[in-house]
Design a protein. Structure first.
Length: 94
């Protein structure tokens, strides 16, 4: 079993594609329609997902599109968000 830890935006995009496997869009379109994040955050998240081969990336002459890929049933994937727990000032100073 492969396990991946993702940023919050990357996790949102991955879940969107899991629920809508035929979806495909550019970073700008994904930022506008799929998630509540700005374009630079979405680009970083998309590159994170593409580097881990969790999503596909199709580079055309005018734009880059991102889409779901079929991982098959060979090995299940476990995808989790990064921890967002913040330390309190008291904990940091100790």
């Amino acid at each position: 079993m492969k396990a991946f830890e993702l940023s919050n935006v990357a996790h949102e995009i991955y879940e969107y594609l899991r629920l809508h496997p035929g979806a495909k869009d550019s970073a700008e379109g994904i930022a506008r329609w799929w998630v509540e994040a700005d374009v630079p955050q979405v680009r970083n998240a998309l590159e994170e997902l593409a580097e881990k081969r969790l999503i596909g990336k199709s580079e055309g002459s005018r734009r880059v599109l991102y889409h779901a890929i079929d991982h098959g049933d060979d090995e299940p994937l476990v995808v989790a968000m990064e921890s967002t727990v913040e330390q309190s000032p008291e904990t940091v100073s100790q």
